[in-house]
Write a protein that binds this ligand. Structure first.
Ligand code: COA
Length: 189
């Protein structure tokens, strides 16, 4: 299948990463508020290496975390997209949906708008049966996006993140899921 390099929503371009995105991306990932539900903010080198991994995921799978660009200003504001879950858990193998936006672009509906577009891509074009999302149980803003796009949470699915040490305050994760039928119901009521 042709790689899905670009998507578009009402207010956003979801595009491939440019080298020029690095300063804004690194600033976003160095912001302790943006990274408060992750083990630590990222250094510039770690952000650069994440862009490399995202590009590698597109090359391998034909989809990934799209860079978000506001159509009104042309600004890079973060990412939203789909990825193969990179660890073993009771729900893997699975395709996850995820997002991270720079703080000045929160509260404007951009994450949910991009998430709807990525979800549609997953079900319509990649023809997957189910998409999951997960986050630290304390990350309520991210769970609001999951709920906004029609994802469902069953506490029986919650898990301890295998890449975090036992006792780490972010280790307990909630899992949200949505399958094709649920997505169609959300779309058509
Ligand atoms: C998670 C994250 C992307 C959510 O961003 P967000 O801007 O709150 O999410 P949305 O795009 O859904 O915006 C919803 C808010 O915009 C408001 N809004 C304004 N205009 C809107 C519009 N046109 N459409 C929808 N919502 C709109 C909503 O009322 C809502 O506000 P509220 O949170 O005060 O109720 C953001 O908090 C973030 O980047 N966090 C750090 C990274 C992170 O934790 N990522 C997830 C790891 S799993």
């Amino acid at each position: 299948m042709e790689p899905i390099l670009q998507l578009e929503s009402a207010r956003l371009l979801m595009r491939q990463w440019r080298d020029e995105d690095l300063p804004d991306f690194a600033a976003m990932c160095a912001d302790p508020q943006v990274m408060r539900y992750f083990p630590a903010p990222l250094s510039r080198l770690e952000s650069a290496s994440m862009i490399g991994r995202v590009r590698g995921h597109f090359a391998e799978h034909g989809f990934g975390l799209w860079a978000l660009e506001r159509k009104d200003t042309g600004q890079f504001i973060g990412f939203t997209g789909l990825g193969m879950v990179g660890f073993d858990a009771p729900f893997t193998p699975a395709i996850e949906i995820g997002w991270r936006l720079a703080r000045q672009h929160w509260g404007l509906g951009y994450a949910s708008e991009a998430a709807w577009t990525a979800l549609r891509c997953g079900f319509d074009r990649l023809v997957v049966d189910e998409i999951v999302s997960f986050t630290a149980d304390s990350n309520l803003p991210s769970q609001k996006v999951m709920q906004a796009i029609g994802m469902h949470h069953d506490p029986l699915d919650d898990f301890e993140h295998p890449k975090l040490d036992a006792g780490h305050p972010l280790r307990h994760h909630v899992l949200y899921r949505i399958n094709r039928e649920q997505w169609l119901q959300t779309l058509h009521g």
